[in-house]
Design a protein around this ligand. Structure first.
Ligand SMILES: *[C@@H]1O[C@H](CO)[C@@H](O)[C@H](O)[C@H]1NC(C)=O
Ligand SMILES: *[C@@H]1O[C@H](CO)[C@@H](O)[C@H](O)[C@H]1NC(C)=O
Ligand SMILES: *[C@@H]1O[C@H](CO)[C@@H](O)[C@H](O)[C@H]1NC(C)=O
Length: 457
């Protein structure tokens, strides 16, 4: 063999060995091994975030990520701290969340009006309630506190409950000038349900539970949740919610599962909420897992997941793990799914320049799918760290250990719902005049605009 070619061959072999050795290898029976790898994954996820650097805006992600996903990412870092005890990113989380609370301390910053839907606002509130439930370090006293922020979002949304069409429900969008204003969808109502159930559990205030029940009942009546506990995307008030967009996303069933488990726990384990929790878990495992590995049927197989959708597995993982604490009878079903999914995901985290980048197609076992981004890294992080759930304490409550200060009337004056004009739009940078489509799919936005969404689904 010619020496040059031989050298190239050796170098190539070495590189590929290095590539393989930098993949994420985790012994899932070892908590320490999980923590070490979670640290790497969290760092890689944050390599996309610059909000904590001088001159940057805390709580914003770069193009093409919408604002809501930064709130979602902070939620994953609060979990990271809870699961691993590593506080390395806590200051960055607190800084970013506090920067985005907006003038009324309700996560409605004026810069985001063009993309701010109920779901977007609510994802930030979920990070806040997670912070309260886990006793994440409280912000300085003169800043809005975690529990009060979650209550503020809840109260602004309660005022938006819209009985004028479809017998109730929240619209997807908050502002009339945004696409999707007539769409009443599961993620917005499901997030409100989830937040209400968890606020009820934390504060023991029945009003939240009553609202959560109303949201659940409305989604059932309209058919967003069917008798078999399949969970569909949404419905349009222009059609009186008489027809349903039946696409199924993992985060929709996940947000309901966690909320139902919270209601189960809040009610002291009623049959009704046990049935709802079990039913949703059945749908979760039959629709969003293949051979015990999590997948996103609506877009993963044909490579059509958009930026938002690439992150959905992060939330399904998060909410399944949380469910085991609230409804312990689910642990035996959920843990093996999280474990097999984490194993598959880690085998798949062997791509990119660093040799350990994660993609989305975990069921490819060992073959990185070539995709790379915050959603994929967040999903890998959440599914891995959720395997520590058995060793993590469940949510605290106000009466037993919770330290976050609440304010039941936060956001209640409705200022957040008045006098809003389409504001300047600073993010995602570089999108020019693109129409803000909120946190959901471009396909849906187009479908709603045309009023013919059954054609695309
Ligand atoms: C809103 O945008 C302006 C201009 O880019 C920026 O200076 C400010 O920090 C932004 N505020 C928030 C809360 O993102
Ligand atoms: C319970 O929550 C409702 C709705 O936010 C609020 O109006 C009420 O003051 C709360 N009650 C207590 C005792 O905090
Ligand atoms: C509610 O959650 C707590 C804490 O995780 C748990 O100990 C308790 O068993 C749960 N309640 C029910 C009815 O399962």
């Amino acid at each position: 063999m010619h020496l040059g070619i031989y050298a190239a061959f050796v170098v190539g072999a070495l590189l590929s060995i290095c590539g393989i050795s930098s993949a994420i290898h985790v012994d899932l029976s070892s908590s320490d091994a999980i923590k070490l790898s979670a640290k790497v994954l969290a760092g890689d996820m944050l390599s996309h975030y610059h909000g904590n650097e001088p001159g940057q805006i805390p709580g914003n992600l770069p193009y093409p990520y919408y604002w809501w996903e930064c709130g979602a990412m902070f939620g994953s870092l609060i979990d990271y701290w809870l699961y691993t005890g590593d506080s390395a990113h806590n200051d960055l989380v607190t800084q970013g969340m506090q920067f985005q609370v907006g003038p009324n301390n309700d996560f409605m910053p004026p810069n985001q009006t063009k993309t701010l839907g109920n779901d977007d606002q609510c994802f930030w509130a979920l990070a806040a309630i997670s912070a309260a439930e886990s006793n994440f370090p409280n912000p300085p006293k003169d800043k809005p506190q975690w529990l009060a922020l979650a209550q503020a979002v809840f109260n602004t949304q309660a005022q938006r409950w819209d009985k004028s069409t479809c017998g109730g429900g929240l619209k997807w969008q908050i502002y009339t000038f945004n696409n999707g204003y007539t769409y009443k969808n599961t993620i917005s109502n499901g997030c409100y349900f989830n937040l209400g159930a968890r606020l009820a559990l934390y504060t023991r205030n029945d009003t939240y539970a009553d609202w959560a029940t109303a949201a659940w009942n409305w989604m059932s009546e309209v058919g967003l949740i069917d008798e078999e506990y399949a969970v569909f995307d949404g419905s349009d008030e222009l059609k009186h919610c008489a027809s349903i967009n039946r696409v199924q996303w993992s985060y929709n069933v996940g947000i309901l599962l966690n909320g139902a488990a919270a209601m189960y726990n809040y009610t002291g384990g009623t049959d009704t909420w046990r049935r709802h929790t079990s039913g949703l878990l059945k749908t979760t495992s039959s629709t969003f897992f293949r051979d015990k590995v999590m997948f996103e049927p609506a877009c993963e197989l044909d490579d059509t997941c958009n930026t938002d959708q690439l992150s959905f597995k992060a939330y399904l993982s998060r909410w399944m793990a949380a469910t085991t604490k609230l409804a312990p009878f689910t642990y035996g079903t959920i843990k093996p799914l999280l474990r097999a999914s984490a194993e598959a995901a880690m085998s798949h985290c062997n791509g990119g320049n660093n040799g350990r980048t994660c993609g989305l197609k975990w069921s490819n076992w060992g073959n990185w799918d070539g995709s790379n981004g915050i959603g994929q890294q967040m999903a890998a992080l959440e599914v891995l760290q959720s395997n520590l759930i058995h060793a993590t304490k469940g949510p605290v409550r106000e009466e037993d250990g919770g330290t976050s200060q609440g304010n039941p009337s936060a956001g209640g004056d409705g200022r957040g719902n008045k006098d809003v004009k389409a504001g300047p739009w600073s993010q995602p940078a570089g999108t020019g005049d693109r129409v803000g489509a909120g946190a959901l799919t471009a396909v849906m936005a187009a479908g709603v605009v045309c009023g013919v969404w059954w054609i695309v689904c």
